[in-house]
Design a protein around this ligand. Structure first.
Ligand SMILES: Cc1ncc(COP(=O)(O)O)c(C=O)c1O
Length: 375
């Protein structure tokens, strides 16, 4: 059997990872400033993470959601403490799209409405409602187009207000910082506006923190730079450091009912062990503090490079924007300097999403390479 050929692939075969590096089958070391798409939070093959997963799979890897699983409660408690969202309730899933799919479903259940407001350049995943709320018609199958979604410009207040007034909107879904879309972010004032308007019009505000969450911006969630309490927060990527796990954090004002949501694999023992060890490590190694320190250093150094037009994003979710396409720069970084970086729908923007344990000095090979390429 062949693989269904949907990914254009680099001719690189990583076989090992350690900290902020990955190694290919020729033992070439790569600096990972991409984190496998913002997924690697505590570092590749962190010894504590490996130990906890090994221990768990040797005991019990999986049982269904019909039994007591104290690991889910332990994960929820730790997540609540570390994120400051102690009052929220957690529904565990396996991926980002699934987190958003369930968030949108909850919004529709509790408001008994079905239209969604999302933002231009948004990305929320590939499943039914999540992809419909993603601003990319190329990945909408006719089946997805049946959903009613209105796309609005970030910071546009008048359209949001007019659309909410129609009374049929169940949810407004917004990324803490746009990832795939190119690192644009709502201002703190705009998030407050959205929060207030959603309350006024009985709509659920969903903060998609799948990429911007889990300490990546120096706060647990990017929205926490604003003074709001979203109705629902979705998370995935950094949550499992590579183990598939996602979460829907649901405000206590939204009541659960048996059968409202469900999943076979979500919240399984092994995923919880991975998730708990990530939270333990984030806390023990003070990785959010590290993000702020190293990000400040990186931004300062990048600012001294003349051809860089703008630096977008926060913490270790950064976009380096040029007046020209980054395709060649990115290819050179990868093939000549062995540095992974990311792209986005903005062709002029290089994306930097390293593991959160990176040190200042570990950015230096990248800064040097960038200067050489641009000289
Ligand atoms: C903001 C955001 N939401 C949702 C998703 C979808 O996550 P997944 O690929 O785990 O389904 C992504 C993935 O890139 C994302 O960046």
């Amino acid at each position: 059997m062949n693989l269904f050929d949907v990914y254009p692939l680099y001719n690189i075969t990583p076989v090992k990872g350690k900290g902020i590096h990955v190694y290919d089958d020729q033992n070439v070391e790569y600096l990972d400033l991409y984190g496998g798409h913002a997924v690697i939070s505590i570092g590749h093959s962190h010894p504590y993470y490996v130990e906890k997963i090994q221990e768990q799979v040797a005991n019990l890897g999986f049982y269904s959601n019909a039994i007591q699983n104290p690991l889910q409660k332990e994960l929820a408690t730790k997540l609540g403490e570390l994120s400051g969202c102690e009052d929220y309730n957690l529904f565990l899933v396996n991926s980002g799209a699934e987190a958003n799919e369930n968030a949108l479903k909850v919004a529709s259940f509790v408001t008994n409405k079905s239209r969604v407001i999302a933002f231009k350049n948004s990305f929320h995943g590939r499943t039914s409602a999540a992809v419909a709320a993603t601003d990319n018609p190329k990945i909408h199958a006719p089946l997805n187009k049946q959903k009613s979604v209105t796309f609005v410009d970030l910071e546009d207040k008048a359209t949001i207000e007019a659309e909410l007034k129609k009374g049929d909107v169940c949810a407004v879904i917004i990324e803490g910082i746009q990832g795939v879309g190119g690192l644009d972010a709502p201002t703190e004032q705009y998030l407050s506006f959205l929060s207030q308007k959603c309350k006024e019009h009985d709509a659920i505000l969903i903060l998609d923190e799948i990429q911007s969450g889990y300490g990546r911006t120096g706060k647990f969630f990017a929205y926490q730079y604003a003074n709001i309490e979203p109705d629902i927060i979705t998370t995935a990527k950094g949550m499992g450091n590579g183990f598939p796990i996602g979460g829907v954090l649901i405000h206590p004002s939204i009541k659960a009912a048996y059968g409202m949501l469900g999943t076979t694999f979500g919240g399984n023992h092994l995923a919880c062990a991975a998730g708990i060890s990530v939270l333990d490590t984030l806390e023990d190694e003070k990785l959010m503090e590290n993000v702020l320190q190293v990000s400040e250093y990186l931004i300062q150094e990048l600012r001294s490079i003349p051809k860089i037009k703008a630096i977008k994003g926060k913490g270790l979710m950064l976009g380096v924007e040029f007046d020209f396409t980054i395709k060649e720069i990115r290819a050179q970084l990868l093939h000549e300097y062995h540095i992974f970086t990311g792209a986005s729908s903005n062709p002029n923007l290089l994306r930097i999403l390293p593991p959160l344990c990176i040190t200042k000095e570990q950015f230096d090979p990248f800064l040097l390479a960038l200067k050489e390429i641009l000289s």
